[in-house]
Design a protein around this ligand. Structure first.
Ligand code: GLN
Length: 291
């Protein structure tokens, strides 16, 4: 990297060089990584890179890019390096205190939104909880899309709640969300008062978590991923607690991992408090949301 001359390096040349550099060193998604980081240093979008591909980089821009590349070489996720991740076409702040929002979680928004849409005709106000809100993506998107919803966002991490609040402020819904620290639902009084509970709780079995690539395992919070032996420790507790907080006809919508939907369906059936579950598949056709 140090041998790279600082002048005459155009955007395209730098991109080509850094892509093969990252790829040769086993960094995943070398091209998107290089593009996102370079765009971040230049203060523009990824598309801008290609619109100005023959523009030479300045000294400061090159040195910024080298610093960020170095972090990516250590497998740090690009989202933590730039502090940003898009979700539901909105820009969210992310830090290592929270899980990086995944695209498949948008399915949980869809399921929740469809339910809220149905409620809209009947009630002036619906109340929903996002358990383990993390960066707050679910709470913020649902609050934004459904102005009649009163949202409660729970997390056991204070840092996560602070970040979720920041994200809510950036998207103009801070006033509409209560942020509460606690383990699952324990901080709330068990009164059947909510219409909807959504959660992207940790569900990765511990043995699988141990085998995750460094990008995830060494950087993202274990608390948000590791769901214990079969991955369902947290979901099991949530399924047990949820009926105490839901109104009759309320909905519990959970994101689950590959191969877990049948087990979660059984958990829901077992308690006797829920009607038969509905399962939705994500864009990879993996059963992803159980409600
Ligand atoms: N989808 C995440 C992953 O595969 C896991 C999220 C979770 O445990 N809730 O890394």
């Amino acid at each position: 990297m140090t041998s790279a001359p600082s002048t005459a390096w155009t955007i395209l040349k730098v991109l080509r060089w850094s892509c093969s550099y990252l790829e040769a060193r086993g960094v995943s998604e070398p091209r998107p990584s290089a593009e996102v980081l370079l765009a971040h240093c230049l203060g523009g979008s990824r598309l801008d890179l290609y619109l100005h591909y023959d523009q030479p980089l300045g000294e400061n821009e090159l040195s910024c890019y080298k610093k960020l590349l170095k972090r990516r070489l250590a497998h740090e996720p690009t989202q933590y390096i730039t502090g940003r991740q898009e979700f539901w076409s909105l820009d969210f702040l992310v830090t290592p205190a929270v899980l990086i929002p995944r695209p498949e979680t948008e399915l949980l928004v869809e399921v929740a939104a469809a339910y809220l849409q149905g409620q809209r005709a009947e009630e002036t106000s619906v109340r929903l909880i996002d358990v383990g809100t993390g960066s707050g993506v679910l709470a913020v998107v649902l609050a934004k899309e459904h102005p009649q919803a009163q949202v409660t966002a729970l997390d056991q991490s204070w840092e996560a709640l602070c970040l979720a609040r920041q994200n809510a402020r950036r998207h103009g819904v801070e006033e509409r969300i209560r942020f509460i620290m606690g383990d699952l639902l324990a901080a709330l009084r068990p009164e059947a008062q909510f219409d909807l509970i959504v959660s992207n709780a940790p569900y990765v079995p511990t043995a699988e978590w141990l085998r995750l690539p460094s990008d995830i395992k060494d950087y993202e919070p274990r608390l948000a991923l590791d769901g214990g032996g079969d991955g369902l420790d947290v979901i099991r507790r949530l399924v047990q607690a949820a009926p105490g907080y839901l109104k009759a006809g309320g909905l519990l919508a959970l994101e689950v991992g590959q191969g877990q939907s049948a087990a979660v369906e059984q958990l829901l059936a077992h308690g006797g408090a829920f009607t038969p579950a509905e399962i939705r598949r994500d864009f990879q056709y993996i059963p992803r949301v159980v409600s």
